[in-house]
Design a protein around this ligand. Sequence first.
Ligand SMILES: C[S@@+](CC[C@H](N)C(=O)[O-])C[C@H]1O[C@@H](n2cnc3c(N)ncnc32)[C@H](O)[C@@H]1O
Length: 421
Amino acid sequence: MKEYLSLAETAELVGKSKETLRRWDKEGILNAVREPVSNYRVYRKSDVQLLLGKMFDEVADDEVSNYVKPEHKYAVLELFAGAGGLGIGLEKAGLKCVALNEIDKWACDTLRKNRPHWNVMEGDIKDFDFSQYHNKVDVVTGGFPCQAFSYAGKKLGLNDARGTLFYEFARVVQEVNPAICIGENVRGLLSHEKGKTLQGMISILDEIGYKVVPVQVLKAIHYRVPQKRERLILVGVRKDIDIDFYYPKPHKKIYNLEDALKKGSLFDCDVPISIGAKYPAYKKKVLDMIPPKGYWRDLPLQTQMEYMGGSFHLGGGKTGMARRIGWDEPSLTLTCSPAQKQTERCHPDETRPFTVREYARIQTFPDDWEFSGSLAQQYKQIGNAVPVNLGQEVGYAIVKFLNEYYNSKTIKSKKTYHLAE
Ligand SMILES: C[S@@+](CC[C@H](N)C(=O)[O-])C[C@H]1O[C@@H](n2cnc3c(N)ncnc32)[C@H](O)[C@@H]1O
């Protein structure tokens, strides 16, 4: 068993930069020791685990609240809606989804099964005209899949982005003319094509009349989600509106796996029993050797080499590989397929992936939200989603913005949804 962790591994595990760890060493928050032969800075595994426990300990008094009551009725058009993670979150914040577009048949089935009254527009976004919603919805939201643009070296315009799904997002925003539009994406968008893709998106939104609020990456663990997932949020405010958008404030309390799966402050009962995937025999044998909060480095050396193959010699901590989650920490980011190599997130007590309902809990879906399709389809829909509680907190930020907008002097009446309820 490995007693020490490298600087890179420790940084990955505690979710801080190496610089922060060096500072923590000086400040005595987490002391490093020197590896006798190489003189590298390493950390006692027991110290790291103790600190992790403290970091995720209950903060009794979470005084932070982003709640704000909608003062009018607000309508949302949700694009790339998936199985509805963001949709339910926005609904919980008091916004009304007047229409949702999604290409995947099973995700659409999920949306219709759970919300028969939602207008689910099934099909490729490219084939829909949304002009019926012109000036009739307040917010357009969408987690457009990230694709590269082809550049001619100049400032990117809407037409240069044709063929991409971001183009479709911007095209719909232009067609609908909402007060605010919100895109969500993975953190990787920041560095995609050395930042040019994101810059291109900002310049396109500017061209179609939206000023972009400085982009932020929100950590789901700060928004009542027991998972270390991150989402990049891209907010555009229509240029004629002189109101600031504020991101939701981070909560102090961090929820862990126990909060996700057991009765407590996040859910009022234990997680329901449900179907789930299994590990193939070899993977199970390997993962049986990993303790809670452990990963591939906890295996005997020979097994490490066999299991990791080529990745064994690559750099980086790779702390997400062959990982068993502990009860007292948040889950690592769930992926679209739970037994996938390199991203195993094993249950703490049993050597198996999380079941469908456990997956849904970690993404803060309510227990009565049913998913359609095969086991693989269900995992995919859940893994793709914006965590519901994160969506709700972003929803409050939108409500706050719209309250101010409609209460501002220039807008006198805003009482009903513009569309048939
Ligand atoms: C990241 S997921 C969105 C998750 C969703 N916001 C949630 O919270 O559950 C992106 C979605 O875009 C959908 N999608 C991809 N291409 C599309 C297209 N051309 N038209 C409509 N939807 C599309 C995918 O099927 C997928 O469900």
